[in-house]
Write a protein that binds this ligand. Sequence first.
Ligand code: GRG
Length: 298
Amino acid sequence: MKLTETDFQAWMGSVQARMETALSRLLPAGQVAPAKLHEAMRYAVLEGGKRVRPLLAFAAGEVSEAPRQRIEVAAAAVEMIHAYSLVHDDMPCMDDDVLRRGKPTVHVEYDEATALLVGDALQSLAFQLISENRLSEKNQLEMVRTLAIAAGSRGMAGGQQIDLDSTGSALTLQELEFMHIHKTGALIRAAVLLGFWCGEKVNENERRHLDRYAKAVGLAFQVVDDVLDADASTATLGKTAGKDSKQGKPTYVSVVGLPEARRMAEELRGQARAAIAGLGDRARRLAELADFIVLRKF
Ligand code: GRG
């Protein structure tokens, strides 16, 4: 039986396709010197991933009626930071993994030094993109600042440090949450806020609602990631499954157990939806994305 594509799936497919084209255009061509680095950057970013952060940026842009040409640049910048984090996370000095997005990781396909440079160069390119394109009359500097904080020691990089230090030790639920708010949640929040700020119809009250939504969705994303790591196969995930427990990493599943982790994800989905309930139909895609993030199987 052929399943009918829902309106949400069609929207998601169109954003994903648009992002593939935008990312390909915004990355240096593979033939441009230094060709090895540029090819490896393209390998790390293109043809892979769910593009959850760009989807969130596009959905948040609908709330402020942001032009899509602006959102795609902001979303590309966030996705490049995300891709850099995956490349570095997979390196032998961190998680030491050989499979990502169904392909050999960058240090396996190329080499370690190139993987390091791919991450460095993607991070720089992200900031180049959001500073040199005209993304907003009022909020451009705030966008640069928000992305910088989200990626840095008070965001993703800091969360990664806590993650590395916590391997083999028991964390409380509160400590685990603190780690994930930084490691995963900060960039998800940045994706939502940057998408929103690409529009001119922005107000502080709506930003606060989106912020609450982003925090709930960011945590939900991680809880579900932990559930899938314990529950899904490597083939389905396109990355090594079951690795967290093998490496002795504290996860929501190890700290509260699988049924409670599933219940928490469901509760966070409710919190995310409640945070934007007052925004009406402009927030429809955000609500659908909260469902997608919690109910996904990969
Ligand atoms: C190296 C500074 C630095 C940070 C790394 C994000 C991160 C921090 C590491 C990734 C490791 C990991 C499995 C984190 C859990 C949540 C997560 C970010 C999963 C991967 O994101 P998805 O599912 O990946 O959006 P795709 O491939 O779909 O883009």
